[in-house]
Write a protein that binds this ligand. Structure first.
Ligand code: NOJ
Length: 550
């Protein structure tokens, strides 16, 4: 199962994938029902976002019981069936564990609140300052202070995310052991992998102090004992088994990512990092719009590819997930006239890189952001918090919504578009999220019946990765650096050279092909390019891969 170089992983946000019990929310049997579809893409593993009991304030990332299934999503028997049906189709299930925090409704936090000293030390309770204000000036990633005051006491607890997501104290050996027991529980259920939520923020500093330069993240990101904890997690749980592990790393750097993912370090198999998805943030701020800085995007891709390879690290390759507005319409046009070109360009750009590609549900059919313009269409807690923050900061309703519709995580959380029917084939009742009008022209039913569709382009990319050693292991050499909107690289091994060119623009651009590629074979093209010439005039959003074998 564990050949991370040849595999492609498909991400399912279960709430929005397929609703079988007619409550407007997707469920685990809904994933099982669609396994044949996922398999038909050529996928080897499916990452499923959290389905554990939870008050659902952060859509399940606020876990109140680590070892059960929220009735909203089904039963343990449903989960066991999913694992076994996936195995029959040679696919593994990767579950999503949130080890940095629990819901404040978790029994551990409730016992801590009731004064049980054993459980109080599971979390970070700290006294407020003498004036009653929070222990430090750290900010929550969802807006506001990272500390929440307990009623009638000058005492606070730490929550780097929502106020209902209390940070666990990894310094406490009992906490770590309790979490390792959770990992074991799921290993015995036959899962094949773990996606570990915001894993690089679990190690907090020994002393909490104000951050005079920022929001506090520099004190706990890739924190002091992080590598020690990950080595211990590895050795105590999945280390001896052939499971696939990926850590979500917030605001990290390449040095740490190499350590997290180099097999000799015995921590994880690979990492998600997000620098390439911040090149349209203004001054690093998500809730301020800016145009895409392509030069920066390109530099980030190239430098991470090269440095991770040099250091023996391994990347997760992705554009989309449940926390990101879809890349289509963000980095490239989402106009229908360019739909196929733009979606396939994005795909080919990362699928030929070194790492393990992830496909977020609906990406393979080119789903686009609905960009809803009324706040009552949004469900996400981060979005709603920032709507309020922007309004308090004096932005007009229109200005606020212009930002929200671009940046909200709900852009990627709307229901999967299976067909063009009223609820997009997702459910037979009104869904939890609104349906996008784009279901009329972007849906699975259409995609799978048209061999020229985005779906078949993804299928081809996934197949090529399985077949070609040069994609899995070849070296990476950036090319055409002078062209700002061209991301191009050569992958190379002893016998093969694979040249890929990805053009992020609409105006025609001319490139010169290296002489020794004139006789090469066109491996993949999203335009009708039939032959190679010395001068290549790139078409809007063109992507091209050519291969030479000795
Ligand atoms: C990252 C998850 O992907 C996101 O959805 C969640 O809100 C935060 N971690 C907090 O758990």
């Amino acid at each position: 199962m564990k050949d991370i170089a040849s595999m492609t992983i498909y991400q399912v946000y279960p709430r929005s994938f397929y609703d079988t019990n007619k409550d407007g929310v997707g469920d685990i049997p809904g994933v099982t029902a669609k396994l044949d579809y996922i398999q038909s893409l050529g996928i080897q593993m499916i990452w499923i976002n959290p389905f554990y009991p939870s008050p659902q304030n952060d859509n399940g990332y606020d876990i109140s019981n680590y070892t059960a299934i929220d009735p909203l999503f089904g039963t343990m028997a449903d989960f066991e069936e999913l694992v076994s049906e996936a195995k029959k189709r040679q696919m593994g299930i990767m579950i999503d564990l949130v080890l940095n925090h629990t819901s404040t409704e978790h029994e551990w936090f409730q016992k801590a609140l009731a004064g049980d000293p054993y459980y109080r030390d599971f979390y970070y309770f700290r006294e407020g300052r003498s004036d009653g204000s929070a222990p430090t000036n750290w900010e929550s990633k969802f807006g506001g202070s990272a500390w929440e005051k307990l009623p009638n006491k000058n005492e606070y607890y730490l929550h780097l995310y929502d106020v209902t997501q209390a940070d666990l104290n990894w310094e406490n050996r009992n906490v770590r052991q309790a979490l390792y027991d959770v990992v074991h529980f799921w290993m015995t259920k036959g899962v094949s992998g773990f996606r570990l939520d915001v894993l690089n923020v679990i190690s907090k500093p020994a002393r909490f102090e104000d951050d005079l330069l920022g929001d506090g993240k520099r004190f706990y990101t890739d924190g002091p004992k992080i590598h020690h904890y990950l080595k211990e997690l590895h050795a105590s749980t999945f280390g001896p088994l052939s499971l696939v592990t990926v850590g979500e790393m917030s605001s990290t750097n390449v040095e740490n990512c190499i350590r997290y993912s180099n097999p000799n370090e015995k921590e994880l198999n690979m990492v998600f990092h997000f620098h390439h998805l911040k090149v349209d943030y203004k001054d690093g701020k998500k809730w301020q719009l800016d145009r895409v800085r392509f030069a920066e995007l390109k530099e980030l891709f190239h430098s991470w590819q090269i440095e991770m390879a040099d250091g023996g690290g391994w990347d997760a390759l992705f554009w989309n997930n449940h926390d990101q507005p879809r890349a289509l319409g963000r980095f490239v046009s989402d106009k229908s006239e360019y739909h196929y070109q733009a979606a396939t360009l994005l795909a080919a750009t990362i699928h030929f890189m070194r790492g393990t590609p992830y496909v977020y549900m609906g990406e393979e059919i080119g789903m686009i952001n609905p960009k809803f313009t009324e706040i009552d269409k949004y469900r996400d807690i981060e979005t709603i918090n920032h709507y309020n923050i922007l309004q308090n900061d004096g932005f007009t309703e229109q200005e606020t919504m212009n930002i929200i519709k671009e940046r909200s995580r709900d852009n990627s959380r709307i229901p999967m578009q299976w067909d063009s029917s009223h609820y997009a084939g997702f459910s037979s009742v009104e869904p939890f999220y609104p349906i996008s009008d784009s279901k009329k022209w972007i849906n699975v039913a259409e995609s799978v019946t048209n061999e020229q569709s985005i779906f078949y382009f993804y299928k081809k990319l996934i197949q090529l990765r399985k077949e070609l050693d040069v994609i899995q292991k070849g070296s990476y050499i950036p090319l055409y650096l002078e062209q700002e909107r061209v991301i191009s690289y050569l992958r190379k091994n002893d016998t093969t050279e694979l040249l890929t060119i990805h053009y992020y623009g609409e105006e025609p651009v001319q490139l010169q092909l290296p002489d020794h590629f004139l006789e090469a074979e066109i491996l993949l093209s999203n335009s009708d390019r039939q032959e190679l010439t010395k001068q290549i005039k790139l078409k809007p959003y063109e992507t091209l891969a050519v291969i030479r074998q000795d």
